[in-house]
Design a protein around this ligand. Structure first.
Ligand code: SF4
Length: 86
C-alpha cells in the first residue's frame, strides 16, 4: 500500500531512519521508496508502512532509529531489523 508522507497518520517506521530510504515527491503527495529495491527485487519498491522489521535496514548517518520506532518498541533497532522477512 502506498502511503503518502503528507498523511500525518502514516508512520514509515524503520524507513524514516534507514540509509536506503528515498522519498518520491509527486504533485499531490510524497511517498517512501526503498532504494534497496533497485538492486534487489526481493525488496518492495514501495514498502507497506510502517516497516517494523527489515533485513535490509541500516541506520542512516545522523539518523535516530529510536525516534522512528512506532510505539517505541523493545530491543535494539538492529535486532528488530535482522529478524524481518521483508
Ligand atoms: S531497506 Fe527496509 S527499512 Fe530500509 S528503506 Fe528499504 S524497506 Fe525501508
Amino acid at each position: 500500500m502506498l502511503c503518502p508522507m503528507s498523511q500525518r497518520l502514516a508512520d514509515p517506521g524503520l524507513c524514516a531512519s534507514c540509509a536506503h530510504a528515498r522519498t518520491v515527491r509527486g504533485a499531490r503527495a510524497s511517498f517512501w521508496r526503498c532504494g534497496r529495491s533497485d538492486r534487489d527485487p526481493s525488496f518492495p519498491r514501495y514498502p507497506r508502512l510502517p516497516v517494523l522489521r527489515c533485513r535490509g535496514y541500516e541506520v542512516r548517518e545522523g539518523g535516530n532509529p529510536e525516534s522512528a520506532q512506532p510505539g517505541g518498541g523493545t530491543g535494539s533497532p538492529a535486532a528488530r531489523a535482522n529478524d524481518q522477512t521483508l
